[in-house]
Design a protein around this ligand. Sequence first.
Ligand code: NAD
Length: 252
Amino acid sequence: MGDFDGKVVLITGAAAGIGRAAAIGFAQAGAKVVVADIDVAGMNETVASIGDAAIGVAVNVGDEVSCQAMVDATIAKFGRLDVLFSNAGISGNRARTADVSTQDWHHVININLNGVFFCARAAIPEMLKTGGGVIVNTASVDGQVGMATVPHYVASKHAVIGLTKNIALEYGKDNIRAVAIAPGFVATQMTAQGLAEEDHALLNSMIPLGRAARPEEIANMVLWLSSDKASYVTGSCHNVDAGLVSGFSLPG
Ligand code: NAD
């Protein structure tokens, strides 16, 4: 018996990184999984690595029509939606606040924040029809503290935590739980492309456990939060950061 036998799980950003690890983890725990992403080639790889328990649905989470179509495709295939893992995100171009273009600002906010809203808004009515569900939104430790030169990313992730609290407040009595996760430094294409080699070493030196997370280590928390083992957990944000934002250490 898996924790997710008979459950349907929809994951955005599941073509790579944390989303792919979660898709594989949910499927191993018995779920039917909808692998949703804008990257169709990566999406198909994730689906192939899972097999019959998964389908792929192309989505741009920054487009409300696309998000509704993704949920509609989930219902058309599996008839219900139990877990939404809203995980797609981008880091954006790095610049200090006064140097961020309007286009970059809107792009990051649209995918990281509006996307989470569009997905939740499409998913909640389906969860209400079947007596409840769970929404897990990927924020970041950058949703709790600032990080210089990614002001759009930081603002979007702070807002995701706020939106998650609202969903929890509004739908708790409908048996919908909503939680956020705040990963620290995870070894994915986002950090491989977005950070210089020396930034990796510096970040590792700031992390009490001394290393980046494997995507599976974040997915483990997502699976637990989505399961009945977390039945009394809602409205909260859960750091999976190896202590990165616990405080400051002096050298030596
Ligand atoms: P990743 O780049 O490996 O995966 C992100 C996925 O999102 C990709 O498959 C990408 O194609 C998809 N995506 C991007 N824009 C999309 C769109 N408009 N519509 C649909 N899909 C889209 O990165 P990751 O590290 O696995 O990131 C997953 C989430 O974790 C993101 O929300 C990110 O902000 C968050 N996060 C990552 C880290 C880290 O250190 N890697 C830390 C904290 C939070």
